[in-house]
Every structure is written in structure tokens, then in C-alpha cells.
Ligand binder design. Structure first.
Ligand code: NDP
Length: 796
């Protein structure tokens, strides 16, 4: 080609990055990698290997060991052995190791970038400018958290041995997101990379060796899903952190139910990219390139659903098509390409099948005129228009370079369409009107909201989903809580904390059936007293076996009504913290007035002394004061992230929560769980103590006289575990707290997997609710909320 021709076409020539250093690294291991266990390279017991292929060229890169159960066991044992010394090392020494890792990654950043591009097929421009700098940034940031751990999180301790399973779309970055906070908080880890992309994790193992990281602190075991499953099911792992598909996330949720393992899940998404008519459309087009063609669209938070205001839809589609024509696809090591290869043939086939389905369902497909390279696994950027919101391609995560466009007319319709998904990972909002953007952001059910930007990440900000996109956050202060546990948890009891009953002077009941007065307490649903659907009631006896009264026996239908009533209330969650505090103080005030009456009820049910009952009422009043005080103080953070950006970390209510109260401490157990949940703006469905429910059924009179809006607190009495299971399975319940038996908690964790609702409880341990350190605190508010990070760039 002549220079004149080049000037005429302005066509780019190839600009290949050298693969030499990466090839040398592979050779240094004879292109055959072992497992990294206890600080050494060890052959797998299975003796089996699988191949790692460059998806852009189909070249064979290396053979990778397949770890079996025995190998997983060795790695877990190494991590367990290393744990005490790693903890004893202290914050500062751990910080130095993390800093050393960050420095080494920076020093070898080009090697990491090239190796990542060869292994995954993603453009070198992305690994060089985005993935690897973010990896280094993550280790620097967490070197800082390691240093600050003892002051900032002094009431927390490490979780222990952490099993981490990561996907192939951001191999080293996901490793950093997992390993950096885990080590910073004093844990040791066993990490399994995805089978398609193990190489940078293995290079990372070399770095751990080079810096002299104590043996066993980081163990890398390679293999398929079965290796991951062996890690999940290993008895001596204290936590599982997983990023990957919602399907596998659900398997992990079920497999770990009742095991006491802490879990965090970062799963799939179908994130909306919302464009209002006043948006700067040229910026929007570049935003779309970043949203869906970054990493070939193999991004959990890809803006894969374009929602565009009808008035500008055709203009925008035209601009997008024009831009798509100019995108360059090719070898990942070519510095001039925008789109690399799809990670593996199996993923390519998933994309092809879904696109075919989109066409069959009647959506209009558009692809650029140029062709993809013949070798390697490539798929062209694709735009679907005329898409129905319920079609498969609008609902299912395609995980490829496929944009699905729909239009909307009003702002409300935009929000409805955006939330019309089972996922909730991210959203991107484009408008020049900041008032509109900040009005829409809180209405979208997603863990991240990018305003006039997209796919921006930083170690200082949390990342993670709502709904079936999983739970837990990675990054930022909020991400640290996934790798620690409250020290106070160690003091929980194995048995319910109750005082021995004694005969009291207060008559056990004034409503015995023989008196002819109907004393059956009703349930409380949607601000009204409600009779049970089944028409049954339950006799409640005191702890000494005396008749106290009867309560309604709620069933599935009562739960359904209560959940509906909770959803019908949009008022409570939208109030300011101050407005909610007013109501909470009012509740406390009304309880003070009826202090004696509530104490008597406690005596009747649990046969404690009057003074103990009064203490329980007084503690309940004080607890309500605590949360009323917190209502306008437990707030978010403004994170220091990227240049010229305000990142707001805002705690939001989960939505509708189910609270299964402890049986013991009938009033205080109810107050200690229900009040923090509503403090954060949730509406709740409460199953009170099964054995002593009257403190809760008496409480609705207090709610009615304290300006609590109807539907904010709904009370369904009956068989605790039966009702809890109905709530755990309910798709419209966003979170569930369960305070009861170990078996009951296991059921809750298992059944909650269907819609991935958040669960919390004591896993068969018992709190002393009278002890402030155990019965109240920020931990309750944290579990009643989830953090949304809102990114707002600025600049004139
Ligand atoms: P998976 O969820 O299967 O893989 C993620 C990780 O989990 C991999 O390391 C995988 O191992 C491992 N794994 C697989 N099965 C189990 C199991 N039963 N127990 C424990 N670990 C397991 O994702 P895929 O790679 O199969 O991709 C399929 C789809 O998942 C994609 O099309 C996309 O929709 C979604 N996905 C979402 C990601 C996200 O970031 N949210 C990332 C990747 C995929 P191995 O790879 O060896 O099988």
C-alpha cells in the first residue's frame, strides 16, 4: 500500500504489541502449570491437565493442572495453617505485603496486560489502560485498608479461610477484587480462576513468591466447575466469594445453606442504559461503545438494554449504526482494535443462538458491513431495534456485543422498563438535566448508577448488585465488611437466653375461654386488624403451661396479603430520615405510656419477675430511641474515586423485608429487629415470637396511635418456621432475617436462593437481647440496607 492510498482511505495499519515477554513467562513454566499451594508449585493429585487457548488466534498457550478434591483439601489446609501467623502479623506488616504486591504489578504491568489479552482475547488497549492499572490501584487502596484495619474496624475480626471463585471476563481484575480486601482484613485465601483464563492468576502466584508472601496465605488452584464446587463444599472454608453466572450463584447459595459460611455473590446483569431526549447524543454514542462493546460485551454490568426516549430514538439509532461501522475488530494484541475475540467457542455459540432467537421473535437486527476475521472466535457488534420488553433478548443476559434497544415516552415509563428485569447490577442515565438524573437514579433497582458515564470503576467505590445480581459489595469501605465478622458474634450463646420462670402474682390470663370473652388476637395487615384466612387460631400458654390467650394461625394466603400490603406502601421509604425519626420517637412515647401494661403481658407469657419485665420494656424504649437517633445519621459516604467525579455511596432500603423474630424476649426481640428494619425505610412483614406473640399483637395498637403508615409493619402470627419458609420462597420479598434454630436458618438460606433475597440471622446461635452490645448497633442497619453507588462526573 502506498502512502497516497493510506491518506485516501485513512485506514489503520496493524500495530501489534510484542508477545515475547509473555511467551518467555509461559516457557519458564515449560508451558505446563502446576497448582500454587502453600507457597510452592505442586503437581495436582489428579495428574490431569487442560488446555489454555488464545481465543483470537486459536493458538495453544499452555497446559493447566486440573485440581481435584484432594488438591482443594491441600490448599485449604495450607490456608488454615497460615492463618494464625498472618493474623498475628498485624495490620502494618500486612499493609506492607499488599503494597509490595501493588508495586510488583505496576512493574510488570505490560507483561500482565499482554498475557491477559492473549489468554482472554480482549484488546490490549483495555488490559493495558483499564484492567491492569485498576488491579494495581486495588492493591494500593487495600494496602491502605490493611494499615487502617485496627482503627477503622476494631470491633471486627477476620472471617478466616476464604474460598474465591472468579470468572473469565476480567481475570486478573476479579482476582484483585477478591484477594486484596481478603488479605487486608487478615484472611487467607484459596482462589480458583476460570478454566478459560488461568494464566494471569498463575503469574500473580509468581509475584507472591517473589515478594516473600508467607506460605499458604494465597493459594491458587486451577480447574473446572467441579474444582469450584469442591472448594464451595469444603468443610473448613469460612467464606465463599463468587463472581459468575446467576445459575452457579444459586447453586452456591443452596450448597452453603446452614453451613455457617459467609457468602458474597456478584452475578449477572441486564443493565439499562437510559437516554433522555435532552442528552448529548454524541457523548451517548461513545458511552454505548463503552457500555456494550467494551470487552466484547462480556461484562456483568454491560449496558445491554438501551432505553431511549421516543422523540430521539431514530436519530440515535442512526448515529449508533454509523459508529458501529467504524469499530475495528481483530487480534487482541493489535493496539488499534476496539473489539477482540469472544473467550471460547461455547460462549460464541450462546451469543449466536440468542441472536437467532431475537430475529425469530421479530426484532430487527443490524450489524456493520465489514466481516470478522476468519481465525479466532469473533462476533460483530450487533444492534437490535423493535424489541418487545418481554422478548428473550430483552430479558436474558447475552454476555456478548449485542445491544437491545427499546423506546419510552415518559420518565415513569423509563423507570418501569429499566426495572423490568430480575437483575439489578447497574444502570446508566444520560441527560443534561442533573435534577432528572438524580431523580431517576434512586428509582432504579441497581447497585451502581452511572450518570452520563458508564463502566467506570475504582477501588474506593463499592460494586455489587440488587436482586438476582447477587449481594455483597466489592471495593470501598462497604466491600470490607464482606471479609470481616463482628467480634461480638463470638459471645452468642448456644441456647436461647431466657431467665428461669417463676410463679408470678399476676394472673396468667383474664381471658380464659371459660370466661366467655373472645381474646383471640388478630393479625395486622395493611394497617388493619385481620382475621386469619384459614379461620384457625392457636392457644398460647405461658412458660409454666398456663393458658394466656389465643392468636390467629396465619397461612400462605395471609403472608401473600401482608407482602402485598407492604408493597402498596410507597410512603414510608420515601420519607426523610428526620420524618421517620419523628414517628419512631412517637412509638417510644406511646410505649412509655403503656409501660406497665406491656410489662404485665411479658410476665403472663414468660413468668419472669415484674421488675425483669419492666427492664425489658425500658430497654425496648431505649432501643427505639437509639434507632430514632440513627434514622437521620446512619448515612452514606462520598468516595474519592476517579478525577472530576463525585461518587455517592448511599444506603437504600432493601424494600420489603420479612422479619422472623426470636421466641425469647417477646417485646425486646420484636423491637430489636423490626425497628432497625423500618428505620432504614423498609416495609416489613413480621412473624413474632411463636411461643410469646402477644407483645407484638399488642404493639399494633401502638403503631396505630403513632402515625406509622399502613403497610409499613404487618404482623402475621402462627407457626414460625412454616411462615418463615413461605416468606423465604416469596419472590416479592427482598430480604429476610431469621432468629431461631439452626435448622430453621438453613431452610431460610436454601429457600431464599430462588430470587436471591438477602438473608441474615444467627445460624442457630442466640443473642442476649438485653445486652446492648449484642442486641443493637449499626450491624442491624447495615443488614437492613444496601449501598447504591451513584457516579456523577463534572466539568464545565
Ligand atoms: P460460571 O458461573 O459457570 O463460572 C464462573 C466461575 O465459577 C468459574 O470459575 C467456573 O469454573 C466456576 N464454577 C462453575 N460451576 C461451578 C460450581 N458448580 N461450583 C463452583 N464454581 C463453579 O460462568 P461461565 O463461565 O460458565 O459463563 C456462563 C454465563 O455466566 C455467561 O454467559 C454469563 O452470562 C455469565 N457470567 C457472568 C459473569 C459476571 O461477571 N457476572 C462472569 C462470567 C460469566 P469454570 O470456568 O472452570 O467452569
Amino acid at each position: 500500500m502506498k502512502i497516497k492510498d493510506i491518506y485516501e482511505t485513512m485506514e489503520y495499519g496493524p500495530a501489534p504489541e510484542s508477545a515475547e515477554a509473555a511467551i518467555d513467562f509461559l516457557k519458564s513454566h515449560n508451558n505446563r502449570f502446576q497448582l500454587f499451594i502453600d507457597g510452592e508449585w505442586k503437581a495436582s493429585v489428579s495428574g490431569e491437565y487442560f488446555d489454555s487457548i488464545n481465543p483470537a488466534t486459536e493458538e495453544h498457550l499452555a497446559k493447566i493442572s486440573e485440581a481435584n478434591e484432594e488438591d482443594v483439601d491441600s490448599a485449604v489446609k495450607a490456608a488454615r495453617k497460615a492463618l494464625p501467623d498472618w493474623v498475628a502479623l498485624g495490620s502494618h506488616q500486612r499493609a506492607r505485603y499488599l503494597y509490595a504486591i501493588a508495586r510488583q504489578i505496576q512493574k510488570h504491568s505490560r507483561l500482565f496486560a499482554v498475557l491477559e489479552s492473549m489468554d482472554n482475547g480482549k484488546p490490549i488497549r483495555e488490559t493495558r489502560d483499564i484492567d491492569i492499572p485498576l488491579v494495581a490501584r486495588h492493591f494500593y487502596h487495600h494496602a491502605g485498608w490493611a494499615q487502617l484495619r485496627d482503627t477503622e474496624l476494631k470491633d471486627y475480626k477476620e472471617v478466616g479461610v476464604v474460598g474465591q471463585i472468579i470468572p473469565w471476563n476480567f481475570p486478573l481484575l476479579m482476582l484483585a477484587w477478591k484477594i486484596a480486601p481478603a488479605l487486608a482484613m487478615g484472611n487467607t485465601v484459596v482462589l480458583k480462576p476460570a478454566e478459560f483464563t488461568s494464566l494471569t492468576a498463575l503469574l500473580f502466584a509468581d509475584i507472591c513468591k517473589q515478594i516473600g508472601l508467607p506460605k499458604g496465605v494465597v493459594n491458587i488452584i486451577t480447574g473446572h466447575g467441579t474444582t469450584g464446587a469442591a472448594l464451595v463444599n469444603h468443610k473448613d472454608v469460612d467464606k465463599i466469594a463468587f463472581t459468575g453466572s446467576t445459575e452457579v450463584g444459586r447453586i452456591i447459595r443452596k450448597a452453603t445453606a446452614g453451613s455457617g459460611k459467609k457468602i458474597s455473590l456478584e452475578l449477572g446483569g441486564k443493565s439499562p442504559f437510559i437516554v433522555f431526549e435532552d442528552a448529548d447524543l454524541d457523548s451517548v454514542v461513545e458511552g454505548i461503545v463503552d457500555a456494550i462493546w467494551f470487552n466484547q460485551g462480556q461484562v456483568c454490568c454491560a449496558g445491554s438494554r438501551l432505553l431511549v426516549q421516543e422523540s430521539i430514538a431514530e436519530t440515535l439509532y442512526k448515529k449508533i449504526r454509523k459508529r458501529m461501522e467504524t469499530l475495528r475488530i481483530g487480534n487482541s494484541l493489535d493496539k488499534g482494535i476496539d473489539i477482540g475475540a469472544i473467550v471460547a467457542p461455547v460462549q460464541l455459540k450462546v451469543i449466536e443462538d440468542l441472536v437467532r432467537q431475537g430475529v425469530d421473535e421479530g426484532s430487527a437486527l443490524w450489524q456493520p458491513s465489514w466481516a470478522c476475521p476468519k481465525d479466532g472466535y469473533f462476533y460483530p457488534p450487533t444492534l437490535f431495534t423493535d424489541v418487545s420488553p418481554s422478548s428473550t433478548i430483552a430479558q436474558v443476559e447475552i454476555f456478548g456485543p449485542v445491544l437491545v434497544a427499546m423506546s419510552f415516552r415518559s420518565h415513569q415509563e423509563a423507570v418501569k422498563l429499566a426495572n423490568n428485569t430480575r437483575y439489578g447490577l447497574a444502570c446508566s442515565i444520560w441527560t443534561e438535566n442533573i435534577n432528572l438524573a438524580l431523580d431517576i437514579a434512586p428509582q432504579i433497582k441497581a447497585g451502581v448508577a452511572w450518570i452520563n458515564c458508564t463502566n467506570v470503576f475504582d477501588a474506593a467505590s463499592g460494586f455489587g448488585g440488587y436482586r438476582e445480581s447477587g449481594f455483597g459489595r466489592e471495593g470501598g469501605k462497604e466491600g470490607l465488611y464482606e471479609y470481616v465478622k463482628p467480634r461480638i458474634d463470638d459471645s452468642f450463646s448456644d441456647k436461647p437466653v431466657v431467665k428461669a420462670p417463676k410463679k408470678s402474682k399476676i394472673p396468667s390470663t383474664n381471658g380464659h375461654p371459660s370466661s366467655g370473652i373472645d381474646r383471640t388476637a388478630k393479625m395486622y395487615i395493611g394497617g388493619k386488624q385481620a382475621r386469619p384466612d384459614g379461620g384457625y387460631s392457636m392457644v398460647i400458654k405461658s412458660s409454666l403451661g398456663e393458658y394466656v390467650g389465643e392468636v390467629s394461625k396465619g397461612n400462605r394466603k395471609d403472608i401473600r396479603n401482608a407482602v402485598e400490603a407492604a408493597h402498596a406502601n410507597n410512603d414510608w421509604g420515601n420519607r426523610t430520615g428526620h420524618a421517620r425519626a419523628q414517628v419512631l420517637y412517637y412509638i417510644a412515647e406511646n410505649l412509655i405510656i403503656r409501660r406497665d401494661e406491656f410489662a404485665k403481658r411479658i410476665v403472663q407469657m414468660v413468668n419472669c419477675s415484674k421488675s425483669d419485665a419492666l427492664k425489658e420494656v425500658d430497654e425496648s424504649i431505649e432501643r427505639i430511641y437509639t434507632y430514632a437517633a440513627q434514622a437521620d445519621k446512619y448515612d452514606g459516604l462520598v468516595h474519592h474515586t476517579v478525577h472530576r467525579n463525585v461518587t455517592l455511596a448511599m444506603p437504600e432500603a432493601l424494600g420489603v423485608m420479612a422479619i422472623i423474630c426470636p421466641d425469647e424476649s417477646p417485646l425486646l426481640g420484636f423491637v430489636s429487629t423490626v425497628i432497625p428494619a423500618i428505620t432504614m425505610g423498609n416495609n416489613v412483614v413480621v412473624v413474632p415470637s411463636e411461643t410469646s406473640p402477644f407483645s407484638a399483637t399488642d404493639f399494633y395498637q401502638i403503631l396505630e396511635t403513632s402515625d406509622v403508615p399502613s403497610g409499613t409493619v404487618n404482623i402475621v402470627t402462627g407457626n414460625k418456621d412454616e411462615l418463615a419458609q413461605v416468606l423465604a420462597k416469596h419472590d416479592d420479598v427482598d430480604g429476610i432475617w431469621y432468629f431461631g434454630t439452626k435448622a430453621g436458618f438453613k431452610d431460610i438460606e436454601y429457600l431464599s436462593a430462588d430470587n436471591m433475597k438477602r438473608t441474615w440471622g444467627n445460624n442457630g446461635k442466640y443473642r442476649d437481647w438485653m445486652d446492648k452490645a449484642q442486641g443493637e448497633g449499626e450491624v442491624f442497619l447495615r443488614h437492613a440496607s444496601q449501598i447504591k453507588n451513584i457516579w456523577i462526573p463534572y466539568g464545565a
